[in-house]
Each structure stands twice: as structure tokens, then as C-alpha cells.
Ligand binder design. Structure first.
Ligand code: GLU
Length: 509
């Protein structure tokens, strides 16, 4: 490993909300930086002003904050290597591009976009559909290699628009060792003379990215696989400047849950899961839903994301952020694409809700529901119901009857269980309950069991009926816990009220 201090960066373009794949890239950068006592930088790559989207930068920062993976350097955060927004660094790129021209590593090109389109069309007609500006074709184009130098000078003095292109050499193998993929070798014959500097005075992504990674002393470039095809050009650029290249690690793609191909926003719409960390509202007012607003805990979301392309090599699946930092390493990141699994994502959320303190859950629940319920009561509701919930709101959907009397009775349970001796049994069991001095779950359970024994009937003849009358539901946590929580008076009341309501319903049917 490089002996340079670890400095990594997350370099999103503010072209819209951050897809969960982008958050995973940020997360792996964060984990790597923390693991190596390094620095995590965020840099906003906005050189393509045509794709700039208002609010995207704030969205990105907010999403990272929610995930608990804030960078240590960046816009609005500070650091010694700023500014951290490329448009604010605009003035520094041109000299670098000019340096490459003077070293014969790059050249001026005057071709207009119409010239280039014409060229491509002509080539297509001649049976070459993939025309490229490269070492073979550049001689017949309008540039500082093909034109006489006085002509080049004249055009520049005239203010003719031009770009600066990389002079990609012919037939050279570019090699670099990717931390995840091993050795990558690409021949320059497969690469074109990429534009480094545009006629609008802005660098392209490639030049700005390299200049910034170098001047920000980035030691490791950890980014998505979609940037792997750009890496050979980047390696060439480091070489052209005579700079030490950072280490590269290209992360595997996130794949659709149900087939081949990259996970897209449309898969989320189609299969009903969020693709974004937090809600995003477009300028047109369309809402892309986020994990946060869907009720996911950030810890569960981050834990799930960590496993999309990495594994700890053990059977442990639940990791706090600190534990992830401890366990993370690039050599356990896989090359193969990671299939996103919405069910597994829910599973992580269930594990997190179960291990969250009841009081904390109650505070969250209090904010979600209407009605003014005391925190200690809600805490009990959370304790009894959380095993059955995925999201905080489910706790109320599943267990509001603990604090509110049922107003309806589950139709299926009524049909199947409220017949024969059900009513008579419940009347008798009510008397048993009314004679208990202690109303703890254990005492109720003992009374219940001896009642069954005495009557020589099975659990199924009393328990579902007991649940139906107390909660209106067909399923739920232990009835001994429920009745103990409700207390003797309320339990007896609900049995009586339930019997009456079911009798009335039957009479009216
Ligand atoms: N700006 C690029 C993006 O939007 C960053 C690629 C890189 O990390 O080099 O993903």
C-alpha cells in the first residue's frame, strides 16, 4: 500500500438526487478513510454546467448527514485544499491544459461540432460507424498538429473557438493495478483524443478530476465501475504531468433485484422500493421517494448498503457504523455486480427496530400519531409490538388497541372462532380472571392453563377468542402480556363489550 497519508474523496456531480449507488460510493470512501485514520473529502464536480440542477448539492450533503457519513473537508465544511466546488476552481485548470500542449501531450483543435458531425456521417457512409478523433484521424482534422503553426497562432489571436485535446499515443499498453480488479491493461488504439478543455473556458470532467485529485493529494480513488473506462485516460494524464497516480478501486455495479442490468429509478417505481436515500422533489413537483421518508432508520439503510458489494467474511450481518469502519477493507469488495434485494433491506430494518430502545421508539411513535398518549404507555406498546413491526408506524397499526378500545372485530377470526361454546367459555373465563388478585402475565397464564385443564378443552377454544375480544385482531403478542398490560378492569370490560358487540353484529347479519 502507498505510504501517502490516506485522503479519499467522493466527487458527485450536482445533476440531481443521489441514487443509492452513489451513497454506497460515499459510504465506502468514508469507511476507508476512517479505517486508515485518513481524510474524507467531498468535491462537487460541476464542470458540465448544462447538467447542473438547483438543490442537488444540498440534497447530497443532507443525505450524507442523515447516513452519518459526513466528510471532513468540503464546501461549507472547510479544509486546506479548497475551494471544493470545481466551478470555483475554474481559473486554475487552463494553465494545466496549456502545460500539456507545450509538452506535446495535448493540442488545440478548432473543429466545430458541425465539422465533427459531418465527419462521423461520412465515416458511417463509408462503413465505419464508430469514427473517433484519434492518432489516425487527427491529421485530417483542424488542429495544431495538422495546421501550420502560423495558422494556429492566427486562429487563436482571432478568437476562434477551440478545445484542447489529449494527444493519445498510438499502440501503447496502459496498465494499472486496480485495488479490486487487479491488473487492468488497455491499448491506446482503443482510446480517442478526449477533450480536456472546452471552448467555454471550462475543463472537462477528465482534466478537472485529475488536477483536483493531484492538488488535493488524494491517495485512493474509490468510485463506481462506470468510471473504469475513463481510468486508462486518467493514468495517461498523471503520466503526462509527471505526477504519481493515486490508487484506483472501482466498485461493482448495483444490479436489479429481478434480472440482469443496472438498478435504475424505474425498478424502484416498478417493484415498489425507494432508490434514493431521502425524498427528492423535482422542479416540476414530482416526488422521488426516499428511505428516510419511508420510515427506514439510517443505520439499517447504511448497514444494508455496506453489504452491497462487500462482506466481512464472517456470518455477522448487523454492524453499527463504527463496526463497519473496523471490519471494512477493499480486498473484501467483490468484482461482480451486487444484486439489490428489497426484502433483505426490510429485514435489516426489522433487526434495527427490534434492537432499538423502547423509549426511543416511543418518542418516534409519539411524533407519528395523532392523539396525546403518555410516553410511558407508548413505551409499553413499543415493547410489546416491536417484534411484529418493520417501521415505527407499524407499531401503531399493529398495537393501537393497547391504548384504544377496539371498534371492530376481525372478520375472519370471528367467522372461524366465534361459534359453538366460544361465548360461554369466555364468560366463564372472565369469572376466573375477575377472581385474580394479582394480574401479572404469569398469574394470568397459570389461571388460563388450569381453566383449560378443568374444562378439558384446548388452547384453540379460548385463546383466539380472548384475543378477538381484547384486541379485535386475529394475531398479536402474548395474550397474557396484553391482558396484564390492560389491567383487570379494562380486560373484564373488553370481554363484556366484545361479547355484546359480536352478539349484536350476529343479530343484525
Ligand atoms: N463526477 C463523477 C461522478 O459524478 C465522479 C467520478 C469520479 O469519482 O472520478 O460520479
Amino acid at each position: 500500500m502507498s505510504t501517502r497519508p490516506v485522503r479519499v474523496r467522493f466527487a458527485p456531480s450536482p445533476t440531481g438526487p443521489l441514487h443509492m449507488g452513489g451513497v454506497r460510493t460515499a459510504l465506502y470512501n468514508y469507511l476507508f478513510a476512517k479505517k486508515h485514520n485518513g481524510t474524507f473529502v467531498i468535491r462537487i464536480e460541476d464542470t458540465d454546467q448544462t447538467r447542473f440542477v438547483e438543490g442537488a448539492q444540498d440534497y447530497i450533503m443532507d443525505a450524507m448527514k442523515w447516513c452519518g457519513i459526513m466528510p471532513t473537508e468540503g464546501p461549507g465544511i472547510g479544509g486546506d485544499f479548497g475551494p471544493y466546488i470545481q466551478s470555483e476552481r475554474k481559473a486554475m485548470y487552463r494553465p494545466y491544459a496549456e502545460e500539456l500542449v507545450s509538452n506535446d501531450k495535448a493540442y488545440y483543435a478548432f473543429d466545430t461540432s458541425e465539422d465533427l458531425t459531418k465527419m462521423r456521417e461520412q465515416a458511417k457512409e463509408m462503413g465505419m460507424p464508430n469514427w473517433q478523433y484519434n492518432s489516425v484521424t487527427r491529421g485530417s482534422m483542424q488542429n495544431s498538429i495538422s495546421l501550420p503553426s502560423d495558422e494556429v497562432k492566427k486562429r487563436i489571436e482571432n478568437g476562434d473557438p477551440y478545445v484542447i485535446r489529449m494527444k493519445m499515443p498510438r499502440n501503447v499498453d496502459i496498465r494499472f493495478e486496480d485495488e479490486i480488479r487487479g491488473w487492468v491493461v488497455v491499448n491506446t488504439n482503443n482510446l480517442d483524443d478526449k477533450v480536456l478543455f472546452k471552448s467555454d473556458g471550462m475543463p472537462t470532467y477528465h482534466l478537472a478530476n485529475i488536477v483536483d485529485d493531484h492538488t488535493m493529494e488524494i491517495s485512493h480513488v474509490i468510485r463506481g465501475e462506470e468510471w473504469l473506462p475513463s481510468a486508462p485516460l486518467h493514468v495517461m494524464l498523471y503520466d503526462a504531468f509527471g505526477w504519481e497516480a493515486p490508487k484506483f478501486a472501482h466498485l461493482p455495479l448495483l444490479l436489479k433485484p429481478d434480472g440482469p442490468g443496472k438498478l435504475s429509478k424505474r425498478d424502484g417505481d416498478r417493484l415498489g422500493f425507494p432508490v434514493f436515500p431521502t425524498n427528492w422533489t423535482t422542479a416540476e413537483g414530482d416526488i422521488f421517494s426516499g428511505y428516510r421518508e419511508n420510515g427506514y432508520f439510517s443505520g439499517a439503510f447504511v448497514n444494508m448498503l455496506a453489504f452491497l458489494g462487500w462482506n466481512p467474511g464472517t456470518t455477522q450481518e448487523i454492524f453499527s457504523l463504527e463496526e463497519l469502519v473496523e471490519a471494512f477493507s477493499l480486498d473484501r469488495v467483490s468484482k461482480a455486480g451486487a444484486k439489490f434485494d428489497p426484502d433483505k433491506t426490510k429485514w435489516f430494518q426489522q433487526q434495527y427496530i427490534r434492537s432499538t430502545d423502547d423509549v426511543i421508539l416511543a418518542e418516534l411513535l409519539q411524533k407519528e400519531i395523532e392523539g396525546d398518549y403518555p410516553l410511558d404507555k407508548l413505551t409499553e406498546v413499543c415493547r410489546l409490538i416491536k417484534e411484529r413491526a418493520t417501521f415505527v408506524k407499524d407499531i401503531w397499526e399493529e398495537g393501537s388497541y393497547l391504548l384504544e378500545r377496539p371498534t371492530s372485530y376481525d372478520e375472519k377470526t370471528t367467522r372461524k372462532k366465534w361459534k359453538n361454546d366460544a361465548e360461554a367459555n369466555m364468560q366463564e373465563f372472565k369469572t376466573v380472571l375477575s377472581e385474580l388478585d394479582d394480574f401479572s402475565p404469569e398469574t394470568i397464564e397459570v389461571a388460563f392453563k388450569s381453566f383449560l385443564e378443568k374444562k378439558e378443552i384446548g388452547v384453540g377454544a379460548v385463546l383466539p377468542q380472548f384475543r378477538l375480544l381484547l384486541s379485535g385482531k386475529g394475531m398479536g403478542p402474548s395474550m397474557f402480556d396484553i391482558s396484564s398490560f390492560l389491567g383487570k378492569e379494562e380486560t373484564l370490560y373488553r370481554i363484556e363489550a366484545g361479547i355484546k358487540a359480536l352478539a349484536e353484529a350476529k343479530a343484525n347479519a
